[in-house]
Design a protein around this ligand. Structure first.
Ligand SMILES: Cc1cc2nc3c(=O)[nH]c(=O)nc-3n(C[C@H](O)[C@H](O)[C@H](O)COP(=O)(O)OP(=O)(O)OC[C@H]3O[C@@H](n4cnc5c(N)ncnc54)[C@H](O)[C@@H]3O)c2cc1C
Length: 303
């Protein structure tokens, strides 16, 4: 075995909170800094990361394993005394200043992520698992089918947890892109921060105003006419236990033939399932390019 340590696609960064900004009523932008963040890869789109969050009161961050086998060591620690890990989306990477931004939904003090968003203070430390620039392969952790961005009509649907990812995807769409983006937000004041090309319609579904996201998406799909469903295509369904719903098409299938519509759907698991039923069962949307991703699950804490 080689004596040199192999460079991994993802690495752990110990970071310090240097900025907090309430972006909207329910979204808080946290800026983290460390000189080592010069090695944080900027892949854009919906690049996901993991954030390590302290367990109330203890020194769980200091006991977090930072070695290459960190995950198995962390899993072996007692659940009531180890740090929590939650999934987020990277919003901005500034290698020159060693800074990154992450937008956290503040959904009340019911989970460590949300609590950190609401209560953390500048100077607090945390650990982030993110893609490494030193790695020269494909990092993974990014589901949007960018090779289809200018070839298929885009249908992008999500809630406030998906807003950072949708903003990242919209930023990278070619100016010729066409399609429909629907984002469900709790309040009208959360409806901000996404710019779309002129051929893409942006729809804000405001829960407190009684807007109906499923109905709006159904209306858009109905206006497209027959979609030539390709039932032979298979999707990977990961629907086990308490994990949120996750179904994405294998890349090689998507690349083979550009479908009429390419769908990216993320948010609460039950809602994502309902959208999946509508898109695939009712409208027979081609499954050559679909991503259905439960970002969180009502009543179930993430892990
Ligand atoms: C790929 C991916 C990317 C993601 N990106 C982001 C992101 O950029 N920003 C972001 O804020 N979230 C993002 N999420 C969602 C986030 O991981 C979950 O919301 C997570 O559960 C938050 O952890 P927590 O500690 O706040 O709550 P948890 O401890 O996981 O849950 C505690 C309770 O809060 C409820 N809950 C969790 N999230 C919400 C919510 N949003 N609204 C209302 N109730 C909730 C749970 O059902 C549970 O009852 C992403 C998830 C995935 C899989």
């Amino acid at each position: 075995m080689s004596a040199t340590t192999q460079i991994q696609p993802f690495r752990l960064f110990r970071v310090r909170l240097v900025g907090r900004q309430r972006r909207s009523r329910n979204l808080v932008r946290l800026t983290f800094a460390d000189p080592k963040l010069a090695d944080f890869a900027d892949n854009g789109y919906d690049q996901r990361i993991k954030v390590v969050l302290p367990q109330g009161g203890g020194d769980t961050l200091d006991e977090f394993p930072m070695g290459p086998d960190w995950f198995s060591v962390w899993r072996s620690q007692p659940t009531d005394r180890r740090a929590h890990i939650r999934t987020y989306t990277i919003v901005a990477v500034r290698p020159d200043t060693g800074e990154i931004d992450v937008d956290f939904v503040d959904h009340g003090a019911t989970g460590p992520g949300s609590r950190f968003a609401a209560e953390s203070a500048v100077g607090d430390e945390t650990i982030i698992l993110g893609p490494s620039r030193s790695y020269d392969g494909t990092h993974g952790g990014l589901e949007f089918r960018r090779e289809l961005a200018g070839r298929s009509r885009q249908l992008i649907v999500g809630d406030l947890t998906a807003l950072p990812a949708i903003a990242g995807i919209a930023r990278e769409l070619p100016s010729t892109a066409t399609g429909f983006i629907s984002i469900e937000v709790p309040h009208a004041e959360d409806a901000r921060g996404v710019r779309v090309p002129s051929g893409v319609h942006l729809d804000w579904c405001v829960t407190s105003a009684g807007h109906d996201q499923l109905g709006t998406v159904r209306q858009w799909l109905a206006g497209l006419g027959p979609l030539d469903g390709d039932q032979a295509q298979t999707t990977v369904i990961d629907d086990g236990g308490d994990d949120p719903y996750w179904e994405v098409t294998a890349t090689e299938q998507a690349a083979a033939a550009p479908p009429a519509v390419s769908a990216w759907v993320a948010g609460e698991s039950g809602r994502v399932r309902a959208l999946r039923r509508m898109l695939v069962d009712d409208f027979e949307i081609p499954r050559a390019a679909v991503c259905f991703m439960g970002y969180w699950r009502e009543g179930v804490a993430g892990s």
